[in-house]
Design a protein around this ligand. Structure first.
Ligand SMILES: [Zn+2]
Length: 125
């Protein structure tokens, strides 16, 4: 991912697969911030997976943790034109993580949206 961070070994293998898929698909999204095992800027609510190095946060300055009433839909909206939540992780990046066992925090629902967060559910850490 272009920067070093500590992760569970099995998770690291999956992250490499994600990176390979992004490269193979020529995905140009820049991962500027990347943290797995504890991220000092990370928000509350997801620390258990981070403690095992089984959750990673990406670009948290543009993909916030949001608590509140959900908009009717959550379109990919890097410029917030839809008036909903603002995040900029594009669909092709989210699907690459999904293919390799990561659940996206933006899909949690129940008024909690953790757009920076990818949590590995491939196997128990
Ligand atoms: Zn997180």
């Amino acid at each position: 991912m272009g920067s070093s961070t500590q992760v569970n070994k099995k998770v690291a293998d999956c992250l490499e697969a994600v990176e390979a898929e992004l490269k193979a698909n020529n995905v140009t999204y820049q991962i500027r911030q990347f943290g797995c095992l504890r991220n000092p800027d990370a928000q509350i609510g997801d620390m258990s997976y981070h403690e095992y190095g089984a959750a990673c946060d990406i670009n948290w300055d543009t993909n916030p943790y949001v608590q509140g009433s959900p908009p009717a839909s959550l379109p990919y909206d890097p410029n917030c034109h839809a008036g909903g939540h603002c995040y900029d992780i594009p669909p092709e990046v989210r699907s690459a993580f999904d293919h390799h066992g990561f659940f996206w925090g933006g899909n949690w629902g129940h008024t909690i949206y953790d757009y920076m967060h990818f949590e590995w559910h491939g196997e128990n850490p």
